[in-house]
Design a protein around this ligand. Structure first.
Ligand code: HEC
Length: 150
């Protein structure tokens, strides 16, 4: 009986310590779902969608936003914030020095073999004109710049 009591006490003690630790977790340690999902990337987490700064776009970028929403946002998200189908483009990985404008156009024309993330391959984007792709590049660059990606 005595040993049973001790074991019980230990279990209760461990549970109590666990509860205290759990209750005292600082709430800001919570990891946003997006960065947890995107943890295959090689750089810092992306901005959560509601923290993306949307600048006053040039006319070209405004046209680009419309085209982006038509051809790209299904996977890359509104304001290029990413979705569960594709990565955010508001991300240091996609700064101009690392992915030039030509890489954006090539991605749309040829598709992309999955290499930075775990979303799978990006298929070639059908039906988007060269002009619209240039607008899309301008849009991506302007919203990236507004969010410190340059
Ligand atoms: C069907 C989903 C889908 C659509 C639509 C899509 N993408 Fe992607 N895109 C992806 C995925 C997934 C990746 C990540 C591949 C990887 O690196 O793992 C990607 C990667 C990219 C990259 C990085 C390329 C590189 O060289 O690493 C660029 C730039 C890009 N997309 C631009 C675009 C643009 C512009 C459009 C619209 C014209 C678009 N994407 C439409 C899914 C999509």
């Amino acid at each position: 009986m005595a040993s049973k009591f001790v074991i019980g006490g230990v279990v209760v003690g461990v549970a109590a310590v666990g509860a205290v630790l759990w209750l005292s977790r600082p709430s800001d340690t919570a990891v946003p779902v997006t960065s947890a999902m995107h943890s295959g990337a090689d750089t810092a987490a992306a901005k959560p969608e509601d923290e993306i700064i949307v600048p006053a776009f040039s006319q070209t970028a405004q046209s680009g936003e419309v085209a982006f929403n038509e051809y790209c946002a299904a996977c890359h998200g509104k304001n290029a914030a990413g979705t569960d189908q594709g990565p955010p483009l508001i991300h240091a990985l996609y700064r101009p020095g690392h992915h030039a404008d030509s890489a954006i156009i090539a991605a749309a024309r040829n598709g992309v073999r999955a290499h930075h993330w775990r979303f799978g391959n990006m298929p070639p984007v059908e039906g988007v004109s060269d002009a619209k792709l240039r607008w899309i590049v301008e849009y991506i660059r302007e919203i990236q710049t507004a969010n410190g990606i340059k």
